[in-house]
Design a binder for this molecule. Structure first.
Ligand SMILES: *Cc1c(COP(=O)(O)O)cnc(C)c1O
Length: 357
């Protein structure tokens, strides 16, 4: 072994998450990381500019009070029920540390956001995978009656896009009352009901949101968890044992402003939803099987074309989509919904590629 001998044994065992590529290629049609194709509200830019003009020499508020208040106002919560972090990935990591390190296993769908298993590796959390059904849908009944360290579900799920009704989430909360049920709602604004209104009734519910998708702020790195006070307190203990200032002044100001501009939010969200539905029809016309999606992406496979090869050919045309070399889903492409022009470019390229092959 070479210089890896400097690594601690734990680091040698890590299997890090691989983010979708962010290449610097001009005129790229980037449909591979579920970013919003529209820029954030002008109010967000103004708030960030204002924050940049004053106080950058000072540490930011370690409690992110103004941001917590803005999120709490929007969602009808108390500020103490909101825990902001440096992207929801950081919030998720703290939640895995706080709630799931346990002698029992954490229950996860076998097809879901692959970062969850990375945190389990990092923190030594045992996992039991619960299979999604043949249509790649989560069946909450299969989570009942198993003693667990916790349950993590994404709703809508990634990378399938499939959304569950709130009644199913509630069934899950009731069937696992003794552990934390974490519902990752990264895509909820594109087509599912949020579980946040259930927080008052379920002491085991933690809901996680990101501003990276529906708020067009992937570059700012802000997410939050919402739950009853005892859960938020655990997250604060972890955070204050790790980094007191995860959010900078610019991020807090921009994120808080995003919740004030409801018109911009509604316009961009509806535009993405409309483009998603139009793109689904176009793909279907090209013979793709397209899963129903409540997210800002589509999960689709072609009966006659290998997904990995198609993704590679699209890349040659300057179009990036995501392929996961994972069991059960390796014939699917995950396609982020872009602007109308981006979706048209994708469909045009596919038409060409499918005809050639
Ligand atoms: C994008 C995504 C996240 C991460 O969001 P960030 O706030 O950008 O870290 C978390 N969960 C799921 C399911 C996602 O798709």
């Amino acid at each position: 072994m070479g210089f890896e001998s400097f690594w601690s044994p734990r680091v040698r065992e890590l299997v890090p998450y691989v983010p979708g590529e962010q290449p610097r290629i001009p005129n790229l049609v980037k449909l591979n990381t579920n970013e919003n194709p529209y820029p954030p509200s002008p109010h967000v830019i103004a708030a960030i500019a204002e924050a940049a003009r004053s106080g950058l020499q000072l540490y930011p508020d370690p409690e992110s009070t103004l941001l917590r208040e803005a999120v709490a106002r929007y969602h009808g919560l108390d500020a103490g029920q909101v825990f902001p972090g440096n992207g929801s990935d950081e919030v998720l990591a703290h939640a895995f540390f706080a709630f799931f390190q346990h002698d029992r296993a954490l229950l996860l769908p076998d097809v879901t956001y692959s970062f969850y298993r990375v945190y389990c590796r990092l923190y030594g959390i045992a996992v039991r995978l619960v299979p999604v059904d043949d249509r790649l849908q989560i069946d909450v009944a299969s989570y009942a009656g198993q003693p667990a360290a916790g349950v993590v579900i994404a709703n809508p799920n990634a990378p399938t896009g499939s959304a569950m009704p709130l009644a199913a989430i509630e069934q899950l909360l009731q069937s696992q009352p003794h552990c934390v049920v974490l519902v990752d709602e990264a895509y909820v604004d594109f087509g599912a009901d949020s579980a946040i209104p259930l927080i008052a009734r379920y002491p085991n519910l933690l809901v996680v949101h990101t501003l990276s998708k529906s708020r067009s702020l992937a570059g700012l790195r802000v997410g939050f968890a919402a739950g009853q006070r005892h859960l938020i307190e655990a997250l604060e203990r972890v955070k204050n044992s790790f980094n007191s200032y995860p959010l900078g002044r610019l991020a807090m100001a921009g994120a808080a402003a995003a919740y004030e501009d409801i018109v911009h939010f509604e316009q961009t969200r509806q535009a993405v939803i409309a483009s998603r539905e139009a793109l689904a029809v176009q793909l279907w016309r090209l013979d793709f099987e397209v899963l129903p999606s409540g997210a800002n992406f589509l999960f689709a496979r072609h009966p006659d074309h290998d997904a990995k090869a198609l993704a590679a050919r699209l890349r040659e045309h300057g179009i990036l989509v995501r392929h996961f070399a994972q069991p059960r889903i390796d014939q699917f492409l995950r396609i982020s919904v872009g602007t109308t022009a981006q979706c048209e470019a994708l469909v045009e390229a596919l038409r060409l590629l499918l005809a050639l092959a």
